[in-house]
Each structure stands twice: as C-alpha cells, then as structure tokens.
Design a binder for this molecule. Structure first.
Ligand code: GCB
Length: 892
C-alpha cells in the first residue's frame, strides 16, 4: 500500500515537474552587491577595473549618512553598483529579465559589459531583458556581471526639479531576476504585470470583470495556446473563469481581452471590509502551464460629487487620511518592505481611510498594504514646484505617468491618478505672473497638464484625474489647472505660513462658490511640531505641539463641517528628511502626526478620537513626560499646566496621584484640564466618565522655586531659553529649558533688552536659520538683545553657569526655504550683520570679549561654562556691557 502510494506520488511529481519548470520565476537579488561613488564621466570600462568597492545589500542609498550631519547639502552625483549573477543552464531557453522596483534617478544597466537599458526617473519600476547578454557553455551556469551606473544629480529634463524632500540616490528598492518561458504575458509593458483587470460595472447584485493584456510568443515556432483567467475568492475557490484558444506565430505578440461571467452578489471591497478576490491568468499549451500572473481584485464603485463629496459603493464616505514620504531615520529612502507596510498600518490604526502617495509612486508594498487594509489612495508623478519647457521634460512626464498607471493599475485601493503638485510655486528666473514670459510659462504648464490628463483618461478611464495646487486661487485658474483635471487638490496652510486659521475655511468656501462643479480635496494641511517644544501661548510658526494641536483642531472641524470637501490629507504621516530645510529641526520637515521614528504626536490621538469607532481615550501629554515650570507662589509646591485628553466619549474624569481633578466634557474630541503638577513624579489617570476605558501617564515635573532661597524647594538647576516663549525638553540630558522672564527680586531673569525677531510677519520671535555646531537649534534661534544683566538670587554657594550664544544676524541663505507658501522670502532674508562686541562679567569677573569679528560667528553655536561663587547673599549677577552694537544672550 505504502509503495503504491509512493509511486503514485512520484508519478504526480514527475507529471507536475515539466509544467512547473516552465513557469515564471521571480527572485529578489538584493544581497551581495558592491558599490562605489564615481566621477560622472566614468564608463562601464573604467568601473569594471575600479577598486575600492564597498560591500552593500539592497535596498541602498548613498545618502543615508550624509543627511545626518548638521551641514547643509548631500551627495548628488554618480554611483556604480556591481553584482555577479550565476544564471542556471536550465534558463537557456527562458526570457531572463532584470527588474528594478526603483532607483534614483538616472540608471544605465550593463550586463557583461553591454548596455541592457537606460531609465530616467527615480520612483517607478523598470525592467530590461538580458538573455541576449548571457553566454551559456553547455551545462554550466552563465555568469552575468551586472553593473549599474546611477546618478541623482539635477537634470532639468527629469522631474522633480526641486521639492521639499531629499532626493536620496541609490538602488533603494528591491531588484529581481525574472525568468519566464518564451511564451509569456507581456513583459515589455512599462514594467507592469502585462495584464490589466477592470471592473466595468459593479453593484451589490453583480460585478463584471474584464482582463486585458498581451501574450508574447518569443519561441522559434508557432504555438497553440490557451489563455485562462479565473477569479478566486478569498478562500481560494474559483468563482468565475474564462478561457480562449489562440495560435501565435513565432515572434508574435497579441493582445487579448477576456470578459468573465458576471459575479452574482459579489463580496464588495470597502474601507471597513477590504475583501480581496484574486484574478489568476495563465497561458498553457496542452497540459503544460507556461506562464501565470496573479492580480488582486477588489469589487467596488465610487464617484466624486462637487456638492456632496465622495461616495463608495453608493454610500457617502468622507476621505480622511495623510500624505506619506518614503523615508526613515538612518535609512534614507532605502526601507525594507516591512517599514513601508508599517506606515500604512499606522494610518489604518489612526482610523484613516485615505493615503495620498506623495509626491511620487512608492514601493509596491504600499499599494498592496492599502488594498489589504482598506485604504483608498491617490498616486502622482513628481512634477513638483516647476516644469522645464523642453520636449525631454514633457516626454519624461508622459513616460512616468504611463509607468505609474500601468504598474499600479490592478490595485483596487487606487481611485485617483494625479500629475502635478504646486507646479506654480516657483516661477522660473525672470518669469512674472503678468509679464510675457509669465503668460508663456502658464501656457506651457497648461499644455503639459492637458497632455497628462488626456493620457491618464485614455490609459485608465475608470479612475479620476487630479492636479494639486497651492493656495494661489487665481494663478491656478489662469493656468487652467482648476479646469483640466476632474478633481482639484488644494494644499492649504493658512494660519501656518501666513494669515489666520479662518483663512482656510474661507478658502474652501471660495472654491465652492466659484467652482461649484469641481470636486475638491484638501490634499495637504499641517503645522510643524518639534516634540521638544511646548508653549502655553502657542503662536503660528512656533513649532510647538500646542500650536499644531490647535491648528488640527480648527482644520478638521472646517473639513467635517463642509460636505462638499470630499476628503483631506494631513501633511504628513511622519516627519521626513528635507535637506534644504533649516528651522528648529534642520533638514527635517516636522509637519506630521508621527515623529520620524513613528511615535505618535498628540495630533495623531486627536484624529483617533475622531475616526475610531471603538471607545477611545488617550492622555495627550504622554510624550511630554518631562516638564518644568515655576511654583505658583513663594509658598506653593505646585505649578498649573494644561493637559489635553483625546476621546470619542462625552466626558473625561482625571486623577492626579489618586486625587480627583474633576470631570470635563469633551469638546470636539478634546477634554481640557489644568493640572497642578508637583515636584517629582505625577501620575495622571483619565477615565471616560461612566464608561469603561482609561489611560495613564507618568509625568516627571521639575518644579522651580518661585523664590530661589526657598528651603521647601531648594534650588538646584535652572535652564532658560532667552527671547523665547516656549519650553524645550531635552530627553537625552534630562533637562527642561523654560522661557525667559524679567528679573524680580528673590527670583531670576533678565534686565533690559528686547526679544530678537527677524523682520517679516512669519516668525513670532527668533530666527528660523540652521545654527551650526548644535542639535539644539531651537535654543540658539531665540535671543534677547540689548540686555544689561541676567540675575539669579541664588543662596550663597558654588555654581556653574553656562552661557549660550549665536549671532542671528546673517546674510540670507544661499538656498531659501523651499516651501514658503506665503510667497515672500523676506522673513528669511536677514539684513547684513551690523556686527557686535560685548563683555560679559560674572559677579564682576570679566570674560574675554565676544565679538562677531572673532568668537561670535553668524549662525554658529558658542557656549562657555564658568564656575561662579555666590557670596554675601548677592546671588549671581551677570553683566552685559556692549562695546559695539548690542549685547545678546540666547540661553543660560
Ligand atoms: C507643500 C508641499 C510639500 C511640502 C509642504 C510643507 O505644499 O507640497 O512638499 O513639504 O508644503 O511642509 O511646506
């Protein structure tokens, strides 16, 4: 019996083997590559003999580390990659391809010294056939020396020309080796799967599924083939099938179209129930399977309505979500798939139902995760800020748009293809809106938009087209960009870069009034928040959590209040690298709901409170768990500070160290408390009043004595940020910097002077320039100028005083903040430094002069620590004596 079984099994295996051996094999080849930087003029011949290669694995970027330093700029040049492949002899008859998911940004691929292909653009996949370069020798595997020349230098013909993110260079996505039978689904169709699934009609009752594509016969003789398409449900059961026979001549490629029998009562795909079927298309000859491709299938229908927003499967659905960039601290853009997937999961866990894949197509894992988790998406090509008026640029845009659409075509999560982001933000040199070159430029932009829109509607009539604009209404209207696409996306930052929060609501209403037939999405809105900065007087552009919270609370309400707003996407899911940015956290854009290492900020909880259907309650300050502030009065041992609790429950009860602080009604998802923090550990416990669910937070508080001579609260340490209204928590050094105050006897503070402020209205105080030589830019960016003293009425004893300075008057930066959506760069352009020189005396002891001519260089952090004795109850008196200009102090 056993023998019989075994022979039966062997037979089955033998029967199955030839068939299986013919099928497509796709295998990642990420390990064991070599990399070296090189000259732009290097060639395949010079690279082949070059030494000093570095061993690396893919995904890889050559900029992962050079964006981590404080210096502006990163390597934008040439790199070579090398790998030796052994291609099995059994692949002699197969079509072998190299498949790159993406490499930034211009690639030349050589195999055994011969050019296999070139690709322009860093964000779409490409593949090249390489069989013709393989030299087989009987039964021995063929060696393939793969060399890839790559550059991420600026090329005026390749978008993006400029943008607020770092253009990491490298083969930063997976690379595959693919071997297919000579008879296969089209492998030369813009690195797509060669098969395209459409659903011309879907309803709750029935769904039509049509698969199109092309079959190639690269064999030397005619073949009689069967093309079979099956739809499998999630359990793997075939629910529809369609087959066709075709005879293909040698070398023939023939298109096919298969309409499957209607699926009755289909299980629909939605954001709450993302049910996926699979479409398996195969080519066989007799009983031999030659090629097989599987695509996801989500059955859904949708539409946008200019007055009533978005509808999925006939039901209104407000699209709420975020944008996303593809980077992670220390890795640049070379992320393992798990990190791409994690971001989509974090969006889902927030309660989001939409991802704007910005500003370029991303790793295939992203759309796969969106299909699986029920996140709708828009995808766009990276035409950002500006265009080049050249045929090369136009052609590259059209190619990218085609690649994006064909590569992403089968993802049910995609509902929008977009093609421009704020393309009128940076008008080229000499081009003004109302001069002749300006009119000509707008015309060109219009032409490109029209070409891309036409192409998109031709390629994929089932999805919507979108163009994303910044808040310059008339300008985009003039260029026709509110007319050409089916949807208009607005990136709006009123109350951040300029103006007031109310300006956002007014802008939406204006769109609705003036473009009543055009559905709109708020494709971006956001406010920077550096987790270290907090304020009890939050102000526009101060980078504090509190301002960002107020901003999101206002914006979300305005969005939800307006049914005509089809959706909104926060800028951005997580902090991301933008090398040219300066500000409190140089080289980073911190407008986000998660930190760069994906820790939630308060605003993430705020969205959870609004979007999650299950009971939710979270104390907002959990990441601000080291706080400081002065005691309420000379005899008191507490300091009151606000705490927000985010919840979808009607009311919240808060306790501090077991003591009841009362119950507060949640207003628009937020219950606000004033908590009397004591010195040391404070345990907060929040409960939804009358409901299950609670949250705890441990907050350490460094209570500062109101009177530095206090015996109840002996003075130990004080850190003050001058010219500042914020507190700055440094978790590493376990220090909190409190805002400045004027001196009052018994206490501490400055005497005289004013808060430093850059000209212009954008910054409430301080500078937004990168201060070199420190990671504490926010502390050095604010300053008191013209002060005459800083006094601390400390008890007699031995102290250490550290003074921090940076000259904030500096020539304008060579590269201004890319995104100043207020339109003016005046706020960043500081007048020429007037120069200053001053002496600091600590309890009468003079330190060497500080002068912009010598020790105090513009935008350079300087600090000095001095031991000081306080005697005779005089405390510490620091005198500032100006010799030229005004004295200054940034922090103490
Ligand atoms: C925008 C851009 C985006 C920027 C963002 C910002 O409008 O589309 O790329 O990063 O503003 O933070 O300024």
């Amino acid at each position: 019996m056993f023998k019989q079984l075994l022979s039966c099994l062997l037979l089955t295996l033998l029967l199955a083997l030839p068939a299986a051996a013919q099928q497509r094999i796709m295998q990642s080849i990420n390990s064991n590559w070599l990399f070296r930087r090189d000259e732009p003029q290097s060639t395949v011949a010079t690279a082949a003999t070059a030494t000093n290669w570095e061993k690396i694995s893919l995904p890889h970027t050559w900029n992962a580390h050079d964006v981590l330093d404080d210096e502006p700029g990163y390597y934008r040049g040439t790199g070579w990659y090398q790998k030796t492949l052994q291609v099995p002899a059994s692949w002699q008859q197969r079509r072998v391809y190299l498949y790159f998911e993406g490499a930034n940004q211009e690639a030349e691929v050589y195999v055994n010294g011969q050019l296999a292909g070139r690709h322009a653009g860093g964000y779409t996949a490409f593949s090249f056939p390489i069989s013709q370069y393989l030299k087989f020798d009987g039964e021995k595997p063929a060696g393939a020396e793969v060399l890839v020349k790559l550059t991420n230098r600026h090329n005026p013909d390749i978008p993006p020309l400029s943008a607020d993110f770092t253009f990491f260079g490298g083969i930063y996505r997976d690379v595959y080796l693919l071997a297919a039978s000579p008879v296969h689904f089209d492998l030369d169709n813009y690195a797509s799967s060669g098969t395209f699934v459409t659903t011309p009609a879907v309803s709750a009752e029935a769904a039509e599924v049509v698969v199109t594509g092309a079959v190639s016969n690269e064999a030397g003789q005619a073949r009689r083939l069967t093309v079979l398409t099956q739809v499998l449900d999630a359990a793997g059961k075939t629910v529809a099938r369609q087959q066709a026979s075709l005879t293909l001549k040698a070398g023939e490629k023939r298109p096919f179209r298969q309409a499957l029998p209607r699926l009755k009562q289909p299980h629909l795909w939605s954001t709450t129930d993302p049910y996926l079927y699979r479409v398996v298309s195969s080519i066989s000859e007799g009983k031999t399977l030659l090629d097989e491709v599987t695509n996801p299938l989500g059955l859904r229908w949708f539409r946008f309505d200019a007055a009533r927003g978005f509808f999925l499967n006939g039901q209104p659905l407000k699209l709420i979500g975020t944008n996303r960039h593809q980077d992670f601290p220390g890795l640049g853009n070379a992320l393992p798939n798990a990190l791409h997937e994690q971001d989509v999961l974090l969006l889902k866990q927030m309660g989001g139902n939409f991802l704007r894949v910005s500003h370029y197509p991303q790793d295939p894992t992203v759309l796969q995760a969106c299909d699986r988790l029920g996140i709708l998406t828009s995808v766009e090509i990276p035409v950002v800020n500006a265009i080049t008026d050249s045929e090369g640029f136009f052609q590259n845009c059209r190619t990218m748009q085609t690649e994006m659409i064909r590569q992403g075509f089968n993802h049910p999560s995609v509902i929008i293809w977009a093609y421009m982001n704020e393309v009128l933000l940076r008008l080229p040199e000499g081009v003004k809106r109302d001069n002749e070159p300006g009119r000509a430029y707008l015309k060109k932009v219009n032409q490109l938009a029209q070409q891309l829109d036409d192409l998109t509607r031709r390629e994929d009539p089932a999805r919507y087209t979108m163009c994303v604009n910044h808040g310059a209404f008339e300008l985009y209207q003039e260029a026709g960009l509110t007319k050409i696409p089916q949807l208009v996306g607005w990136n709006l930052y009123q109350g951040w870069y300029s103006g007031q929060l109310q300006g956002f609501a007014d802008y939406l209403d204006r769109h609705h009034r003036e473009l009543p037939d055009k559905p709109l999405l708020v494709t971006e809105y956001g406010a920077d928040s550096d987790e270290r900065l907090h304020s009890f007087r939050p102000r526009r552009f101060d980078k504090t959590t509190e301002y960002a919270n107020a901003y999101h609370q206002f914006y979300l309400k305005a969005i939800l209040d307006r049914p005509f707003v089809a959706g909104s996407m926060v800028w951005n899911l997580a902090e991301f690298s933008s090398e040219t940015r300066q500000e409190a956290n140089p080289h980073m854009n911190t407008k986000s709901l998660l930190t760069a290492d994906r820790q939630p900020k308060d605003a993430y909880y705020f969205y959870q409170a609004h979007l999650l259907k299950t009971p939710f309650l979270r104390i907002g300050s959990r990441s601000w768990n080291l706080r400081s502030g002065p005691a309420a009065g000379p005899d008191s041992l507490f300091c009151r500070q606000p705490v927000e609790v985010y919840t979808n429950q009607p009311a919240v009860r808060l306790q501090l160290n077991g003591r009841d602080l009362g119950t507060k009604t949640a207003e628009f998802g937020v219950a606000r408390f004033s908590v009397p923090f004591g010195n040391g550990m404070n345990q907060l416990r929040a409960q939804a009043a009358g409901q299950p669910g609670e949250d705890m937070a441990d907050i350490e508080f460094q209570l500062l004595p109101a009177n530095l001579n206090s015996s109840k609260l002996p003075f130990t340490e004080l850190n003050v940020s001058l010219g500042d209204e914020r507190t700055f928590t440094d978790p590493q050094l376990h220090q909190v910097w409190v805002p400045e105050q004027a001196y009052a006897p018994g206490s501490w503070g400055y005497v005289g002077g004013t808060v430093y402020k850059l000209p212009g209205e954008r910054l409430p105080y301080g500078s937004d320039r990168n201060i070199l030589g420190t990671d504490y830019d926010a502390l050095y960016e604010t300053q008191r100028v013209g002060l005459t003293q800083f006094r601390l009425d400390v008890p007699d004893g031995e102290y250490e005083v550290t003074l921090h300075f940076a000259e904030l008057e500096a020539a304008p930066a060579a590269e201004q903040l890319v995104y100043n959506l207020a339109g003016s760069t005046a706020a960043s352009a500081t007048p020429e430094a007037p120069g200053r020189a001053f002496i600091v005396l600590l309890n009468g002891q003079a330190l060497p002069e500080l002068s912009t001519a010598t020790s105090l260089r513009p935008l350079q952090a300087v600090s000095t620590t001095v031991p000081v004795s306080a005697r005779g109850q005089r405390g510490i008196i620091i005198d500032f004596q100006a010799r030229t200009g005004q004295a200054c102090l940034n922090a103490i």
